[in-house]
Design a protein around this ligand. Structure first.
Ligand code: ZN
Ligand code: ZN
Length: 332
């Protein structure tokens, strides 16, 4: 079967690989769509990936089931949660796979078929199109949704989103839907425009000497209620603290290594709360499905669809900031 391969230094190829076999409690899914995530850029631009590929958001049709699988049948439409809990611990019992001490990460979903734990599959109802199913079972909407559950609910009027890759844009879409006024910050003109189409009120160009000042002005000099770091960069993380109001909240979505913060200046003297959000809880799928059915325009996050054979072009456009969420289509 065909699969994406990262050779490193931004080189993407389509290669032939053996078809995956389902182990016990696993299924093999014939992929219909997989989605490109900003977190893949590190391997894409850097050293590549020797085995498989970093694809971790996909949806398709169950083709084979392994031993012990019950409740999922060949032919059903499913979306995959790339993180599967052990299935036995108290976290797993509550559908919190990301908190399981023995979770397993499933990748290699940029391929014609992929293997996934049966308990990490969401059945996709008939009214959910593929492009929505892949986003509400992956981190495309999963991270913005899970983040929203961790944020304060009351008295939130203004939100600043730093970094308008797919997760940042997902935050723009969801926070706007929740009635908040959103400032969207990025270097890419394309993504600033895209954020406005999703409902952002204020586009702010990143990396200028007045970026922070501009955001403070938009919030009458007081700062925003919530600042979301979705760029994964120390300078934008520092800016999140600079634009958060007294008593405000900083949310970390973008992965990064180390960051210099002052407990006194960044937290204590302004009563700041900072929190992290990783992926989403498996049980939150139903909440996201409800939001979609209530009018959240999840599909609007997708700007481009490419056939698998054109994955090299898809990654080049994504890496250049000329796309929002990008889907690879495995079947016509
Ligand atoms: Zn991701
Ligand atoms: Zn577990």
């Amino acid at each position: 079967m065909k699969s994406v391969r990262f050779d490193g230094k931004s080189i993407v190829r389509i290669v032939d690989v053996p078809e995956p076999e389902p182990g016990a409690d696993e299924v093999v899914v014939a992929t219909v769509v997989s989605a490109i995530c900003g977190s893949e850029m590190k391997a894409h631009k850097g050293d590549g990936q020797a085995n498989g590929n970093p694809g971790h958001e996909a949806a398709g049709v169950v083709e084979r089931v392994g031993a012990n699988v019950t409740g999922i049948k060949v032919g059903q439409r499913v979306g995959a949660s790339a993180i599967a809990g052990c299935g036995h611990c108290s976290f797993c019992a509550r559908g919190q796979y990301t908190w399981c001490n023995n979770y397993k990460f499933y990748g290699s979903m940029h391929a014609e078929k992929f293997v996934i734990a049966a308990r990490a599959c969401h059945l996709l109802p008939d009214d959910v199109p593929w492009e929505v199913g892949v986003l509400i079972s992956g981190d495309g909407l999963g991270v913005p949704y899970h983040s929203s559950t961790r944020m304060p609910k009351d008295g939130v009027d203004s939100v600043a989103v730093f970094g308008l890759g797919p997760v940042g844009l997902g935050n723009v879409l969801l926070q706007t839907y929740l009635g908040r006024r959103v400032a969207a910050i990025d270097l890419s003109e394309y993504r600033l425009d895209y954020a406005m189409k999703l409902g952002a009120r204020w586009p702010v160009r990143a990396g200028t000497p007045t970026t922070v000042e501009q955001i403070l002005e938009l919030s009458a000099g007081q700062g925003v209620d919530i600042a979301i770091e979705a760029a994964g960069r120390p300078e934008t993380a520092k800016q999140c603290f600079a634009v958060a109001r007294k008593g405000g909240t900083v949310v970390f979505n973008g992965e990064q290594g180390e960051l210099l913060l002052s407990p006194s200046d960044d937290f204590i003297r302004r009563d700041i709360t900072a929190l992290g959000c990783w992926f989403y809880h498996f049980r939150e799928f139903g909440d996201m499905l409800r939001l979609y059915r209530n009018g959240l325009r999840v599909g609007d996050l997708v700007s481009h669809n490419y056939p698998l054979a054109e994955a090299p072009e898809a990654y080049a456009e994504f890496a250049a900031g000329r796309t929002a969420k990008v889907l690879l289509r495995m079947q016509a």
